[in-house]
Design a protein around this ligand. Structure first.
Ligand SMILES: [Zn+2]
Length: 188
């Protein structure tokens, strides 16, 4: 390694450490929260308007429609992602910051490994991708929001190390640090 490369290598090491400890912090915090206190409380405010627009534009450029979720009485949902139909739907009426949180989570679902069948593990994957996207864009409460949400899925936390590389890939792709995969990749 030459001297010239050292600052980059150090920065990379710091970034990688930051990512790993963020997930570890979220899972540790979630472990301390009862399943019965778990859930999602949308963050009010609109300071994530820029990142929301950027993430929406990136998804649309990739061929994904971002639209309102149709009303589903009796089935409370804030977001839905379909890889098959290339669409993300978000509950209408949410704050800008909550729309960003939901979109970041749903973006994670769009890049979850195709063979991932377990619903709880899929939520773990999507939420940790969402946290990574939130951290990248400076969302202030993303770790706490994720910990409270993931408290329902503690029994699958053991899957996190196996998913770590794919989570990192998804975060990088959804934040413009690497190209998004082509649609036919991995979908066999
Ligand atoms: Zn989900």
């Amino acid at each position: 390694m030459s001297i010239r490369n050292t600052p980059c290598a150090l920065l990379l090491a710091l970034l990688l450490t930051g990512c790993a400890s963020s997930s570890a912090r979220v899972l540790q915090r979630a472990s301390e929260i009862s399943h019965f206190a778990a859930g999602y409380t949308p963050t009010p405010g609109d300071d994530m308007a820029g990142p929301l627009a950027e993430l929406t534009t990136r998804l649309e450029a990739w061929g994904v429609r971002v639209e309102d979720l149709p009303e589903t009485p009796g089935r409370p949902m804030v977001g839905l992602a379909s890889l098959e139909y290339r669409v993300v739907q978000i509950q209408r009426g949410l704050s800008v910051n909550a729309r960003f949180e939901v979109l970041a989570h749903e973006a994670g679902h769009l890049l979850q490994p195709p063979g991932l069948q377990d619903r709880a593990v899929a939520q773990l994957f999507a939420e940790l991708v969402g946290v990574g996207i939130g951290k990248f864009y400076g969302a202030k409460h993303c770790e706490e929001i994720a910990a409270i949400y993931l408290a329902s899925f503690k029994y699958v936390f053991g899957a996190e190390p196996h998913l770590r590389r794919d989570i990192t890939y998804a975060i990088e792709a959804m934040t413009g640090q690497r190209a998004l995969p082509r649609w036919n990749q991995g979908s066999h």
